[in-house]
Design a protein around this ligand. Structure first.
Ligand code: BGC
Length: 675
């Protein structure tokens, strides 16, 4: 539709939304867009109570975004996006308010279960695939929250104070990569960035549009706008939801000339373009998968994302074993125990989840005991005794522990990385009575140092969606081979996390004092040991990396090598490529992820893997040049099975923009290199 067909008043109204979930249609003059949350299942609100409590229609629940990221598999992300598009088509939703790509600066952030990773490349690549699946399926994406909403504490006011280089290399990067999938919209963040509210972040919006090729509309986060005229001048196209007060003030500002018609037109035109783009995207599209097929996709992704963190050989469980399944998470009385709360909460009414039943189905003799309750009250240590009592009658105890919406939620952060005391006590008691497999249902890193060395096996199950009990049982029983890898480091304790130190926070300001040293970048550079490293995960197979070759071509450096399955079992390996600058003239973290791929190999088989690292893989954002620069010098390329398990290395020299290979070192194929 041509903008000239709208009056000035209509344009002012158009850029302010219609209600909570729709754009303005002027009684049918324009097609209307419907938007809805969220990243892991559709949340179409059925009713909203006076206190703001919302009830949504039941929908297919997919695994938490963290679990999706643990798959390290772009195909999984694309499938999840495509399945969500079917859900959107069925409920007439034009734009899904997802995905969120905020980098996990601290493991305490209450919304980490909704976000992908502490690494910007992994977050960006997975989000790009998710958006492609969603938009090809007929629903628009809304990439959020731009940017630096890395804590929920005081999120409506806090200023994230970040230097430009850190913004470029860490916090913008997932947005830059995800923009390659051409999302139809981006949502601003609530917080301020270097003092300016996310809704008025003109400089950032320009980077999105002029440098990252973003050609959609910028939305506000819900009620994030304080001054509609200022946000429109900054390039925020659509305020959501409609706010009468802001709209009246905008009209007044317009009449008084503090915002021009051209400035309003720029936003209104982008909203009109958004409407026609979304309607074209949807045209002729019908859901391609039945509901049952979508549930199967959720289950498949969960099985790909669960991470085996420890195993002394107890897993896979021996056929026919007597199992003591304990912990209220094994058969939750409330599905809220298996998700975080807020915009990403899915109504799972009518769904059942039972680990005991899924294991029984597979021929195990199963006893079940909830042992402790979700509210964590245990004044006489009865719970731990119950878990131990049951364990002592079994061959193996499978103890299901976790967090849930009480702990992980929008608008509040976690207070600790540890599990509730009752759960830790139950783990220790069970481990003293029988070999114990701990299954952790959570959406973020958990401090396991109080018990990790006492148990036989640990499986991080995330928040699985529909069919998560089956996915879990198939891994425990060995029908499936674990192949998830951690998308975030699991530190030994909160005190080790660079961003959780109090000195970064003062009234209203969070100083990103650690700069580029986020997650594993910090732990590896500063030799801080972690419990489980970024990229880590075990399998029932074992892999070796062999026969590295490399060549320099026009596109960059191409590495090729073989991933050899040295076991008899077919399995998947996640191959990770990191880069280190050996003699930097500006600060560089000691290891940064630059490429990854999930690879399948039959038992005894091998798979050739190739990666091409372009110039950007070696570049840093130069604050001196305001550009990406590759310094002259030597770089090490590290190929590994995790950020700390490097198997192959190669050195290259950069000289005035040209790369050359340095001779392969002795031991270029080695078990482990410690920096
Ligand atoms: C959240 C967004 C969400 C929106 C609509 C906000 O509070 O931050 O992520 O999409 O609400 O529910």
């Amino acid at each position: 539709m041509d903008i000239d067909r709208l009056t000035a008043k209509e344009k002012l109204r158009l850029i302010c939304g219609k209600d909570f979930w729709h754009t303005e249609d002027f009684g049918g003059k324009l097609p209307q867009l419907t938007v809805a949350d969220g990243p892991v299942g559709l949340r179409v609100v059925k009713a909203r109570a006076a206190d703001g409590t919302e009830t949504a229609y039941p929908a297919t629940a997919y695994p938490s975004v963290q679990l999706l990221a643990n798959t390290w598999d772009r195909d999984c992300a694309k499938k999840m996006g495509a399945a969500l598009a079917d859900d959107c088509l069925e409920r007439d939703v034009d734009i899904l308010l997802a995905p969120g790509v905020n980098v996990k600066r601290t493991p305490l952030c209450g919304r980490n279960f909704e976000y992908f990773s502490e690494d910007p490349l992994l977050a960006g690549e997975m989000a790009k695939a998710y958006i492609a699946g969603l938009q090809e399926g007929g629903a628009g994406a809304c990439l959020k929250h731009f940017c630096c909403n890395n804590l929920e504490y005081d999120r409506l006011h806090q200023s994230s104070d970040v230097d430009e280089r850190t913004l470029r290399e860490i916090y913008y990067l997932p947005f830059e990569i995800a923009c390659e999938a051409k999302p139809v919209s981006v949502m601003c963040s609530y917080n301020r960035i270097n003092g300016t509210y996310g809704a008025e972040y003109k400089k950032g919006f320009l980077v999105l549009r002029e440098e990252f090729g973003f050609d959609g509309a910028v939305f506000s986060d819900w009620s994030a706008v304080r001054d509609r005229a200022a946000s429109a001048r900054a390039g925020l196209d659509l305020e959501m939801p409609f706010c009468e007060e802001n709209y009246q003030k905008l009209c007044k500002d317009f009449e008084e000339g503090s915002i021009s018609e051209e400035e309003i037109d720029a936003c209104a035109e982008r909203v009109l373009a958004l409407i026609s783009r979304c309607k074209t995207m949807r045209q002729g599209k019908k859901p391609r998968r039945t509901e049952a097929e979508r549930r199967r996709i959720a289950q498949e992704i969960a099985a790909e994302g669960m991470v085996l963190l420890k195993n002394d050989g107890t897993l896979p469980l021996a056929a026919g074993a007597r199992l003591a399944v304990a912990g209220c998470y094994a058969q939750p009385s409330d599905m809220g125990m298996l998700r975080g709360a807020g915009a990403a909460a899915v109504n799972r009414e009518g769904e059942t989840f039972s680990v005991p039943a899924a294991l029984k189905k597979r021929g195990y003799a199963v006893m079940f005991e909830p042992a402790f309750s979700y509210d964590g009250v245990d004044s006489f240590h009865q719970d731990a005794r119950r878990a131990a009592g049951l364990a002592s009658e079994s061959d193996v105890s499978v103890l299901c522990v976790g967090l849930g919406e009480k702990f992980e939620r929008e608008s509040a952060d976690r207070e600790t990385l540890r599990l509730p005391r009752v759960q830790e006590r139950a783990i220790l008691a069970s481990a003293a009575a029988a070999p114990t497999v701990v299954v952790v249902f959570a959406g973020a890193a958990v401090d396991m140092s109080a018990w990790a060395d006492k148990v036989s096996a640990i499986l991080f199950a995330g928040y699985p969606g529909a069919g998560g009990d089956e996915a879990l049982a198939s891994l425990l029983a060995g029908e499936k081979n674990p192949c998830g890898r951690l998308s975030e480091s699991f530190p030994l304790s909160l005190a080790d996390c660079p961003a959780s130190r109090e000195d970064g926070v003062s009234a209203g300001v969070t100083r990103y004092a650690e700069g580029l040293d986020v997650g594993y970048r910090y732990y590896i550079t500063h030799h801080v040991p972690v419990l489980f490293a970024f990229g880590f995960g075990l399998s029932y197979s074992s892999f070796a990396y062999r026969d590295l070759t490399a060549e320099v071509g026009r596109e960059g450096i191409t590495l090729s090598f073989d991933v050899c399955n040295t076991s008899e079992r077919a399995g998947k390996e996640v191959v990770q490529v990191y880069v280190r600058e050996c003699t930097p003239v500006v600060y560089r973290p000691a290891r940064e992820l630059k490429a990854f791929e999930k690879v399948f190999a039959e038992g005894g088989g091998r798979q050739k893997v190739s990666f091409t690292l372009g110039r950007r893989a070696f570049a840093h954002w130069s604050a001196a040049e305001d550009a990406w620069c590759v310094s002259d010098g030597v770089y090490e390329i590290l190929v590994g099975a995790s950020s700390e398990d490097i198997r192959l290395t190669l050195k290259v020299r950069a000289e005035r923009g040209t790369f050359s290979l340095l001779p392969l070192q002795d031991g270029a194929e080695c078990d482990r290199i410690v920096s």
